[in-house]
Design a protein around this ligand. Structure first.
Ligand code: ASP
Ligand code: MG
Length: 436
């Protein structure tokens, strides 16, 4: 009997009715002959509400206590789900992350999984029960304190458990029918991808596609765990994330709850992703000499800031001064500006500019490697849409541009159309969720 791990996000278990509906789906998977492990997120916007509550009692809640509080959200949904399944006549046992053997380091709020020892889960399965696991949490190996994996971390819990249990597939249920070629909220004619490789999905997640947590995709690639992203609100087959050579096995493994996949073609462009969470800082008038860039970026590294794009202009011959621009998470904007302000005299730059009205638009596709002209087509599409490019960065299979935030939607729609990704019949349905 094969093991299936299913993960349900907050919008799939938003209220009692939803919990009952999901319970029915889980029971169906069990009746189809699978051993079923379920990872569940907190109901609806519970995590955000708990954070709001914490901030009302303390402006800076201690990370240990915040983790203790937030993990309660997932415990509520796991217990309710187990009850609802029991009510359908099947045995279900719920487990906290710690009980499920999710061992992490001790960094509260962004803990990394270092081991998974799912003895109790395996035992529950051996005894014919359905195991329900609270997502996004674990226990620190050193301190034995409860930790969380960072927002959206339940996906990672699911893949980690699937890998440790050697499951056939990790099914990730959300409120859309899979991975689309663009956000259907911006491009209603976006199409669902049947299949995406791990490397493309990694680039999409890093470029801002919110459907999957970046670390969950990294984990899946490391263990070659196939992920099936699909909606809990429909029976449609979703998107398979796996390498092309794994797809033969996958065709036979639909677990009785959807249509068969079609031929899994390798498209040139996997999709267009966007991200509105970054800001841009420009250090104006940096003396063009050895060591200045190092000094600037060391200060940012010391402040624990993750940078994304970096551009240094050619220095004007007359002045020998150059400008350095980079992007970073908006949430870190203030910290970065403070760290740089301290360097003003040492580096001798002119001024700092801060801009958080920017967005990043990325075109992703493994086919770029072997198809020349993709960049030219992308940039002409942006020009035709009247979008000005502020910064550019590329990887082997991605081209990203920074544009004015107000033009993100036009840029995404323009690029999507230029690469003939639109479908005639609107197929994207957004079933639920507040997008919070
Ligand atoms: N409930 C957590 C969050 O909202 C974890 C998750 O949903 O994956 O971030
Ligand atoms: Mg959530």
């Amino acid at each position: 009997m094969g093991i299936v791990v299913q993960k349900y996000g907050g919008s799939s278990v938003a209220d009692a009715e939803a919990v009952k509906r999901v319970a029915q789906r889980i029971v169906d998977a069990k009746r189809a002959g699978n051993a079923v492990v379920v990872v569940v997120s907190a109901m609806g916007d519970t995590t955000d509400e708990l954070i709001d509550l914490a901030e009302q009692v303390s402006p800076l809640p201690p990370p240990r206590e915040l983790d203790m509080l937030l993990t309660a959200g997932e415990r509520i949904s796991m217990a309710l789900l187990a009850m609802a399944i029991g009510n359908l006549g099947h045995e279900a046992r719920s487990f906290t992350g710690s009980q499920a053997g999710v061992i992490t380091d001790s960094r509260h709020g962004k803990a990394k999984i270092i081991d998974v020892t799912p003895g109790r889960i395996q035992k529950a399965l051996d005894e014919g029960a359905i195991a329900i696991v609270a997502g996004f949490q674990g226990v620190s190996q050193d301190t034995k304190d409860i930790t969380t994996l960072g927002r959206g971390g339940s996906d990672t819990t699911a893949v980690a458990l699937a890998a440790a249990l050697e499951a056939d597939v990790c099914e990730i249920y959300s409120d859309v029918d899979g991975v689309f070629t663009a956000d259907p909220r911006i491009v209603p004619t976006a199409q669902r991808r049947e299949q995406i490789s791990y490397e493309e999905m990694l680039e999409m997640a890093a470029a801002g596609a919110k459907i999957l947590h970046l670390r969950c995709v990294e984990y899946a690639r490391r263990y070659r765990m196939p992920i099936h992203v699909r909606s809990s609100f429909s029976k449609l087959s979703g998107t398979w994330i796996a390498d092309p050579d794994q797809l033969g096995a996958i065709h036979g493994a639909d677990h009785g709850s959807g249509q068969e996949g079609h031929d899994m073609e390798q498209a040139i462009i996997a999709g267009v992703a966007h991200d509105r969470s970054e800001a841009k800082i420009t250090v104006v008038g940096v003396p063009d000499k050895v060591g200045e860039a190092a000094r600037i970026f060391e200060a940012l590294a010391d402040a624990q800031i993750n940078l994304d794009m970096i551009v240094q202009n050619v220095s004007a011959a007359a002045t020998n001064l150059t400008d350095i621009s980079f992007t970073l998470p908006r949430a870190d904007g203030q910290t970065a500006m403070t760290a740089l302000a301290r360097l003003k005299d040492a580096v001798g730059y002119d001024s700092l500019l801060y801009d958080d009205q920017i967005g990043k638009v990325s075109l992703i596709g493994a086919g770029m490697r072997s198809h020349p002209g993709v960049t030219a087509k992308f940039f002409s599409a942006l020009a035709a849409a009247g979008v000005n490019i502020e910064m550019i960065s590329t990887s082997e299979i991605r081209i990203s541009v920074i544009v004015d935030e107000a033009q993100v939607n036009d840029a995404v729609a323009g690029a999507h159309a230029a690469f003939d990704l639109d479908v005639d019949q609107v197929e994207a349905v957004v079933y639920g969720g507040t997008g919070r």
